[in-house]
Design a protein around this ligand. Structure first.
Ligand SMILES: CC(C)(COP(=O)(O)OP(=O)(O)OC[C@H]1O[C@@H](n2cnc3c(N)ncnc32)[C@H](O)[C@@H]1OP(=O)(O)O)[C@@H](O)C(=O)NCCC(=O)NCCS
Length: 201
């Protein structure tokens, strides 16, 4: 999975930034993931159909099995953790790295008890800054990272903007929910050449 200017995504990476540690997801994260997979927002907007199709008791295992080892198939799957205890409080993934040359797609969730602290914006900025770094300096050498959210997810929109991901428009009926309802989505993107996010305090 390498572009002429990008990095192979084979080496799991640990990032320290903005008071967070982003490290590869592991099987030991199962209790934290199981808790998150009971949250209606995570299930509705971020878990994916494979998780929703699984019995509730198996959802964490299904989610984890798609992400442990995902580094070798083009996804940087980060557990977002509090440095004080290393416990997973959220997820930040960059998938399809270099599938389109120099691009990646971000996705995320935060466990309900950790919300309201700007975790997503900080984790997004940390992951993007790393991904924009050239391959020979330890990054991925991507130029453009995109993300999208349904229009009725204002928290995701605010977090994306705070991390420097500008709104680029509306993607009509781009998300189909489990109940079959199609939702319009905002497309956001940040370029390597965009201004950095405002400092996080
Ligand atoms: C979206 C999500 C990741 C944000 O979690 P978070 O990082 O803790 O976000 P915060 O609670 O710190 O809020 C970030 C911003 O959104 C705002 N916000 C949060 N919920 C909001 C709401 N319901 N309406 C309006 N604004 C809201 C906050 O005020 C804050 O704004 P600010 O930057 O101007 O201060 C989290 O709610 C979540 O996991 N939701 C379920 C899964 C999901 O939707 N994932 C994204 C799929 S695209």
């Amino acid at each position: 999975m390498a572009s002429p200017r990008g990095a192979a995504l084979g080496t799991p990476t640990i990032l320290h930034a903005h008071g967070l540690v982003l490290r590869p997801v592991t099987a030991a994260d199962e209790p934290a993931v199981a808790q998150a997979m009971t949250d209606p927002g995570v299930l509705q907007w971020a878990a994916g159909m494979a998780v929703l199709d699984a019995p509730p008791k198996d959802r964490a295992t299904v989610w984890l099995s798609a992400r442990i080892g995902a580094w070798s198939t083009g996804t940087a799957a980060f557990a977002v953790t509090d440095p004080a205890d290393g416990i997973m409080i959220g997820y930040l993934g960059l998938r399809d790295v270099h599938r389109i040359p120099d691009q990646a797609i971000a996705g995320y969730w935060v466990t309900p008890s950790a919300r309201g602290r700007g975790i997503t914006a900080r984790a997004l900025d940390a992951a993007a800054s790393w991904a924009f770094t050239s391959a020979h300096r330890g990054g991925l050498g991507v130029h453009r990272i995109v993300l999208d959210h349904v229009l009725d997810n204002p928290g995701s929109c605010r977090a994306a903007l705070r991390a420097g991901f500008a709104e680029e428009g509306v993607m009509r009926e781009a998300f189909i929910a489990r109940d079959g309802v199609r939702h319009d989505c905002h497309l956001h993107a940040r370029l390597a050449t965009d201004p950095a996010a405002r400092p996080f305090t």
